[in-house]
Structures are given as structure tokens and as C-alpha cells.
Design a protein around this ligand. Structure first.
Ligand SMILES: Nc1ncnc2c1ncn2[C@@H]1O[C@H](COP(=O)(O)OP(=O)(O)OP(=O)(O)O)[C@@H](O)[C@H]1O
Ligand SMILES: [Mg+2]
Length: 269
């Protein structure tokens, strides 16, 4: 279903992503891990065409999405919804309108300017919010919600696009452990129930192990690990994160028992 062939992105002389290749034969839940600067975000941004690749191709069902232009490119961008660490909601706007913004691309300028949503669109947005357990938040301003609720609104907005692929760039990096779990459970449920592919950049090992079918480890723009969560041993993790003998797995954990958050932050940037 997804085939990444020798994809490279250079910024000046430096390759942020350096000839990476991997293939996924079904709509799996894929995690990409690696320390800060490894190239994780750059890869996701190439995938949904926010950034152009310098070389290579990304085939989705046999079609190279890196080569799409104009209408076809916009169509692809609708098919791969993006979720960000900082939620990227419109803070002063109500939750339901934020969700409806997921279909902005497909609408006329006038309809957008005057916030003219059809009854069917509003019903659908409310249905998605209900599915994610936050229907009662619909009339509130987005900024009035907790981080975990805001990220679920962002997931609802993504679902409004009815995407084939959900790209999540550190979706839980700004959340406390309980909300992080809630958001990851939501993503996993959408994957299981709808069969949508999820590709999530994660910076904690335990999350990758717990939620992903497949984990890709990046270091300095290259893929240094590609396997299942069980193959992701501490030794492998040490290699991915490029840490020395003092590498401590707790430093990449989101668990509540985590001993030293400051150390984790310092280590992972
Ligand atoms: N627009 C840009 N211009 C120049 N260099 C860039 C640009 N975007 C990314 N880079 C560089 O590319 C490399 C990879 O960055 P990227 O943001 O993809 O890493 P990352 O793995 O997502 O890191 P993090 O975990 O901190 O989000 C870094 O060295 C970064 O400085
Ligand atoms: Mg990043």
C-alpha cells in the first residue's frame, strides 16, 4: 500500500532525510522514533507535500504522490490528514466549527467566509465528536478545553476529511501521561475500526512499543531500525538514540513513574 523509495530531502548541503526506503503492505499503525533532528517531521511533511523532496518517490497504492501537481496534489493532501503536537486549532472558535474546518479545502470561498455549513455537515461533525467522547464540548471555545480534549478535537477535524492516512507529528508530546494515553487510544481505535493507516512520530519508546504494529527508527536522516515492537530491544533503542553506555530507557518513557523528566527532556531535546 505504501512504498517509500530512496527519499531524500536536503537543506543546503545537509540531508535532513537521507535516501530512506521502506514498504508497508497494509494500512498499519506505524511509529517513527528517533532523537531530535533525526528527520521525522521532515519525512511526514514530504509525505503530505508540505515540503518537497529532493529525490525519491513515495508510492501510495502504486501512485507516486511526490509527483502530483495542482488538483491531484490537493486531493492527496485531503486524503492524508495531519495532527500536530500543538493541536493547531483556532483557539477562539467553537469546537464544532474547528472540526468543520477539516473540510475547508473542498468548499467554495463564499461558503467558507460566511460559515455556511450544511445541516448534514454539522450533523457529521457532531457525530465524530460524539464518537471521540467529546460531544458535549461542541459549543465551547477550543481554548477552554484541556490539552487532551483539544487533541481529540484535532483528530475529529482530521476525520472530517475522511482521510486514507493520518499523519501525526508528536501528537502526545505536550500532554500529561493520562491524556497521552487517551489520545493514543483514540488513534489506535480509529485505525482498528476504520482501517485507516496511521503514521505517528513518537519520541517515547514505550508508546511506540505499546501502540504500533511497526516501528521505524531514524538517526541522522537514515533508517537504522525497521521492525516490530518486540524487536525493539533496549540495545536497538540505544543505537537509534545514539546514546552512550549511560543510556537509560526511562529517559524515553512517558509513564507516570518516570523518575526524571528534566533528564528526559535534556536527552531528547
Ligand atoms: N526548513 C528547514 N531549513 C533548514 N533545515 C531544516 C529545515 N527543517 C528541518 N531542518 C533540519 O533538518 C533536520 C531534521 O529536522 P526534523 O525537524 O525533520 O527532525 P525531527 O526528527 O522531527 O526532530 P524533533 O524530534 O526535534 O521534532 C534537522 O537538522 C533540522 O535542523
Ligand atoms: Mg519533529
Amino acid at each position: 500500500m505504501l512504498q517509500v523509495n530512496q527519499v531524500t530531502r536536503r537543506f543546503g548541503a545537509k540531508a535532513a532525510v537521507d535516501r530512506i526506503s521502506f514498504a508497508v503492505d497494509r494500512p498499519a499503525f506505524v511509529g517513527i522514533i528517533g532523537r531530535s533532528g533525526a528527520g521525522k517531521s521532515t519525512f511526514l511533511r514530504m509525505m503530505n507535500r508540505l515540503t518537497d523532496a529532493s529525490e525519491g518517490e513515495i508510492l501510495v497504492d502504486g501512485r507516486n504522490v511526490l509527483a502530483l501537481v495542482g488538483q491531484e496534489k490537493r486531493q492527496w493532501q485531503r486524503q492524508c490528514a495531519m495532527i500536530f503536537q500543538q493541536f493547531n486549532l483556532v483557539p477562539r472558535m467553537d469546537v464544532c466549527s474547528n472540526v468543520l474546518h477539516g473540510i475547508l479545502n473542498g468548499r467554495s470561498l463564499a461558503a467558507t467566509l460566511f460559515n455556511l455549513w450544511s445541516e448534514a455537515e454539522i450533523t457529521r461533525a457532531l457525530g465524530i465528536l460524539d464518537r471521540l467522547g467529546i460531544a458535549e464540548q461542541a459549543p465551547k471555545r477550543a481554548e477552554a478545553l484541556s490539552g487532551g480534549q483539544q487533541q481529540r478535537v484535532a483528530i475529529a477535524r482530521a476525520l472530517m476529511q475522511d482521510p486514507k492516512v493520518i499523519l501525526a507529528d508528536e501528537p502526545i508530546a505536550s500532554l500529561d501521561p493520562m491524556n497521552a494515553q487517551l489520545v493514543m487510544d483514540t488513534l489506535r481505535r480509529i485505525h482498528d475500526e476504520d482501517g485507516r493507516m496511521v503514521i505517528a512520530n513518537l519520541h517515547t519508546l514505550d508508546t511506540a512499543r505499546r501502540y504500533c504494529d511497526r516501528v521505524i527508527g531514524m538517526r541522522d536522516g537514515r533508517i537504522v531500525f525497521d521492525g516490530t515492537p518486540t524487536q525493539l530491544t533496549t540495545g536497538v533503542a540505544r543505537d537509534i538514540y545514539g546514546a552512550d553506555a549511560s543510556f537509560n530507557e526511562a529517559a524515553t518513557s512517558t509513564s507516570i513513574e518516570q523518575p526524571d523528566r528534566a533528564y528526559a527532556d535534556a536527552m531528547l531535546g
